[in-house]
Design a protein around this ligand. Structure first.
Ligand code: ADP
Ligand code: MG
Length: 469
């Protein structure tokens, strides 16, 4: 028998049933939080409420279509099995979009013309156009290859372009060359193609700063502000460049707030998450973290191979599969370098009249490949540290907190921060999906201990030398 919460609730009343359902679902949520980490929890699981459990069907409400699709594909199965383990049989999980939340959040949505028709916007059309940097015609969604590492960011960008989400602001976070600019410009292309009357401005943070300073000098910040506020979608790329520039930040926050209050969409990108960006004022930090922070993670070999295949198709070149596999395996840093390697290889083979094979690739790309060999991976570090302390590699990922495994794990975290260019969330993911705050805590702990404990300092030094070769 599938228990309805309604019928099994202690008092039998409707209120009691509802609260018993809420309580049960809260338990499920906290298990999910432990399993998937705080970031995923805040973005996806927190906003989900249980509305009914009846006939074995658990009905959950979510605020938007985007959240619904994501929860459905990523968490629904897990929710079902956790419910089953804790509260008995369940047939299915249904996700509905909560009408109430839709209307609360549905201020002026992304409708087209409300702004375009105001005289201010008309006057400033030229300025708006001027604000936007030219787009790279290749940076479209069609040319973007999706893999596990960029799926969230790409789906979020598409939802924003379609105007079906209120992920505002959308914060794209990712290391260099992983596709942030490509995705932002893809949104701009898509929006312009769908609806040319929606004003999209894409600019680098540097350009934003430059324009602002120019307006300041000309004592004409008014028209800069008005122009910005006439935009429907504002995208500012690489906002780490605004960090520490107080006056620009102030202006950015003002504009930002004004745009969001008017229901306009903001997309920003940075190489770090809002929490990790230094020199970002608290106000801006919290504002930026209020929408969705979508991380683009390091590429996987499979994604790199797919990207190479796509680039070959685009270039109309036929490159042997083993050559592409060789590149995908060996050039792991980022997509920009990967593309560069492919282009260089093709150009060289052509100009020098050499066969396009693995030997040529190894030869032509020597310098690049050597540089990569020197790069240290999180896995290398975990392995060396585990060996050093005689713990298992699995202990690096496990939730066990006993000191004999926790301390070496913290040492490994410290070394990952010191020796790799991975961001803290990336490191966290490689330590069994831990939150970046756990990594910060681990790193600080080791720093503290090293200051007091010479033996630990020696350990760390020795490990560092062993790892960096
Ligand atoms: P970022 O702005 O994050 O530094 P870019 O967006 O400039 O990186 O991407 C670097 C290069 O890699 C660009 O030429 C871009 O088209 C390409 N690229 C990145 N990710 C992908 C992807 N998933 N599919 C296809 N091309 C990609
Ligand atoms: Mg970029």
């Amino acid at each position: 028998m599938l228990d309805d919460v309604n019928t099994t609730a202690p008092q039998g009343g409707a209120d009691a049933a509802a609260s018993s359902l809420a309580l049960r679902f809260t338990q499920v949520k906290s298990l999910l939080q432990k399993e998937f980490g705080d970031t995923a929890f805040r973005s996806w699981i927190q906003p989900v409420d249980a509305t009914r459990f009846s006939g074995g069907v658990l009905e959950l409400s979510v605020p938007t279509r985007f959240v619904r699709d994501w929860v459905k594909s990523h968490y629904a199965d897990r929710i079902r099995s956790l419910w089953q383990q804790n509260f008995g049989p369940i047939a299915r999980v249904d996700l509905i979009i909560s009408a109430r939340k839709e209307t609360v959040a549905a201020e002026p949505a992304h409708t087209v013309s409300s702004y375009a028709e105001t005289p201010v916007a008309n006057q400033n059309t030229a300025v708006v156009e001027d604000l936007s940097s030219p787009l790279d015609p290749r940076f479209t969604f069609a040319n973007f290859v999706i893999g596990r590492s960029n799926e969230l960011a790409c789906n979020a960008a598409k939802a924003v372009a379609a105007g079906t989400s209120r992920l505002n602001p959308l914060f794209l976070q990712g290391g260099v060359g992983l596709g942030k600019t490509h995705l932002m410009q893809a949104v701009a292309h898509a929006v312009r193609a769908q609806d040319p009357s929606r004003k999209v401005a894409y600019m680098s943070a540097e350009k934003f700063m430059y324009q602002f300073v120019k307006a300041l000098r000309a004592k004409d910040t008014m028209s800069f502000k008005t122009a910005l506020r006439g935009i429907d979608i504002l995208m500012v790329d690489d906002i780490q460049f605004i960090c520490g520039k107080d006056q620009t930040q102030e202006e950015f926050i003002h504009t930002f707030n004004a745009l969001i209050d008017q229901g306009k969409q903001i997309i920003v990108s940075a190489d770090k998450s809002p929490a990790e960006l230094d020199g970002l004022g608290e106000r801006l930090r919290s504002r930026l973290g209020m929408g969705l922070v979508a991380a683009i993670q390091q590429t996987t070999p499979e994604l790199r191979l797919e990207i190479l295949r796509a680039k070959c198709t685009m270039l109309g070149r036929n490159v042997a599969e083993d050559v592409l596999e060789f590149l995908a395996q060996r050039i792991a840093s980022n997509v920009r370098e990967l593309e560069g390697a492919l282009n260089r290889l093709i150009a060289h083979a052509e100009l020098a009249g050499r066969a396009l094979n693995v030997d040529t690739a190894a030869d032509v790309l020597q310098d690049l490949l050597r540089a990569h060999e020197r790069r240290v991976s999180v896995e290398d570090i975990q392995k060396k540290v585990a060996e050093h302390y005689g713990i298992r590699m699995a202990d690096m990922h496990s939730p066990r907190r006993a000191r004999p495994v926790a301390r070496p794990r913290q040492v490994a975290m410290y070394l990952c921060k010191a020796l790799t260019s991975h961001s803290l969330p990336e490191i966290g993911r490689k330590f069994g999906g831990r939150d970046h705050t756990t990594i910060i805590h681990g790193v600080r702990k080791v720093e503290e201990l090293m200051a007091q404990d010479a033996a630990l300092r020696d350990d760390v030094d020795q490990l560092k030398r062993a790892i960096s070769g």
